[in-house]
Design a protein around this ligand. Structure first.
Ligand SMILES: *Cc1c(COP(=O)(O)O)cnc(C)c1O
Length: 235
């Protein structure tokens, strides 16, 4: 590990933490109510070890193959793995074997498959329901269930012994109004909490908009490039 890389990660992490804390206090909350998940997709295992040394425990990945390899390479550390990408239903059961938290549950089929994986591995998995924040006519392919489908998916998660309903997750439409999108997400969150009071977590905000998300009420931000720098393009 180079000292230079360690110093770059340390200072970026401190800056993000400071901005999250400021955004939280601007909305009357303690910064400690917001978990920063560092999204390490495409970055090498050495960076994850460095981040661990800097105190990071929550790591996000979005592709099963890459996540699986990193989980194996870092099995000596106590980490919380967050699967933040779209869950293909044929991979869901495998993802349930290592993910502590799955952020993009958006169909009953995925719930079913996660549940069988969780049972096979005999471990609990926290689930966020991804809500589409796009207007219905302009589905951008970023995934997510339509808001009207959330209650049914939530009930299915709650009925699975080893899946725990955490709350809602959203990805703001590219180039759109993030503040307005996150207001829609918070509306879905309020409706979900009315039905399932424990499911009060909100996963929202990436490098470009995490302060906006925290001001809207996010409890979990998923930050990659603001900590790690620009990502090598996905192959
Ligand atoms: C990659 C990714 C992030 C982090 O993106 P950055 O812009 O690098 O912060 C957050 N959420 C999801 C779902 C992602 O796929």
């Amino acid at each position: 590990m180079s000292d230079e890389r360690r110093e770059a990660l340390r200072s970026a992490l401190t800056a993000v933490r400071g901005r999250v804390d400021a955004a939280a206090s601007a909305s009357g909350r303690a910064g400690s109510t917001v978990t920063i998940i560092v999204v390490t997709k495409t970055f090498p295992v050495s960076d994850l070890r460095t981040l661990y040394g800097l105190g990071v425990r929550d790591f996000g990945e979005n592709r099963h193959q890459e996540a699986k390899e990193k989980v194996a390479a870092l099995a000596d550390l106590e980490l919380r793995w967050h699967f933040v990408g779209q869950v293909q239903s044929n991979k869901a059961a495998r993802i349930a074997e290592y993910a502590a938290v799955v952020h993009a549950v958006d169909s009953l089929r995925v719930v079913q498959r996660l549940n069988s994986g969780a049972h096979r591995a005999d471990r609990a998995v926290d689930c966020f329901i991804q809500v589409s924040l796009d207007p219905p006519q302009t589905r951008s392919g970023r995934g997510g269930a339509p808001p009207a489908a959330v209650p049914e998916i939530a009930d299915a998660i709650v009925d699975c012994g080893l899946l725990r309903l955490a709350g809602v997750m959203g990805v703001a439409p590219a180039g759109g109004d993030a503040a307005a999108a996150y207001q829609r997400l918070l509306q879905s969150s309020r409706e979900l909490v009315a039905r399932h009071p424990v499911a009060a977590a909100v996963s929202a905000g990436m490098s470009g908009d995490y302060e906006t998300a925290v001001k809207a009420g996010a409890t979990h931000v998923r930050v990659g490039s603001a900590v790690l720098g620009p990502r090598p393009s996905l192959g």
